[in-house]
Design a protein around this ligand. Structure first.
Ligand SMILES: [Zn+2]
Length: 262
């Protein structure tokens, strides 16, 4: 009876049509929510909510506006109590939308000394020292202090990912006895990785921005798809066996994934 709609961004409770790709959108694999409980205070609980009665509306509509407000449209015959319950149910989705907004605002900023950049799971400030640019222990080659450092930083991270990730995939594949053909590192906007039927594993370079356990989980996630090209119970049993901490990794991605992708 309840349904949702919103104008310019993704819908809650969206189901994935793809069976093999690991999509970055947390709302596309609702099955993962089972057993994962997060009781910490969330952004969504602190943000302003508008309940708007709209006699012409035919159903409850939930939106996160560009200004960062949450609006629930209550249809004729609807109740505020139901709207609030509905809101509580969609808490995770709302939080993801708000994170997206925040990440977009951040993405528009110029990067310079002090700008925090996700690197191996830490928001690491960029540092200029002796005419060189550093991100943690990573030295970034030729850059011009007068300009935005962002392209230089992103390029360096991409190169690092290409140097690091494939070797990790190959060694895990060997250890687990999974036959693969090829490993690619790509600049994907919407997913962390994918696995083709031909045995090509593709990973998003941004995984080097995530904590190492999240990166390792994604590698296992894709390797497990070589055996099971779906997200069936059999598939998750395999992941659970190979990487028991997968829930914590999924939780990290739900929380912070958007900050890396936007
Ligand atoms: Zn998957």
């Amino acid at each position: 009876m309840q349904s949702t709609r919103n104008g310019d961004s993704s819908r809650p409770a969206l189901q994935s049509s793809s069976q093999k790709d690991h999509l970055a959108r947390a709302d596309e694999h609702g099955e993962l929510d089972q057993g994962v409980r997060d009781n910490s205070p969330t952004l969504a609980s602190a943000i302003p909510v508008d309940l708007v009665r709209q006699p012409r509306a035919r159903r409850y509509i939930l939106r996160v506006t560009r200004a960062g407000r949450v609006r629930v449209t209550i249809p004729r015959g609807g109740s505020e109590a139901f709207a609030r319950r509905f809101l509580a149910e969609k808490k995770d989705w709302i939080e993801i939308q708000l994170q997206r907004l925040a990440a977009r605002a951040q993405a528009r900023e110029v990067w310079c000394a002090g700008t925090p950049v996700w690197f191996r799971g830490e928001r690491t400030p960029l540092v200029e020292r002796d005419g060189r640019l550093w991100l943690g222990a990573l030295e970034l080659a030729n850059f011009d202090t007068r300009h935005d450092w962002r392209p230089v930083v992103l390029r360096a991270l991409f190169q690092l990912a290409r140097a690091e990730l494939p070797a990790l995939v190959w060694s895990e594949a060997k250890r687990l006895g999974i036959p693969i053909q090829r490993v690619t590192v790509r600049n994907q906007r919407t997913r962390w990785g994918s696995c083709s039927r031909k045995g090509t594993i593709s990973l998003n370079w941004r995984l080097i921005q995530a904590p190492t356990f999240v990166r390792d989980y994604l590698i296992i996630h894709e390797l497990a798809h070589v055996r099971e090209m779906n997200h069936s119970q059999r598939y998750w049993r395999l992941v659970d066996e190979w990487f028991p901490a997968w829930r914590a990794a999924e939780q990290w991605l739900r929380r912070h994934g958007r900050e890396l992708l936007d």
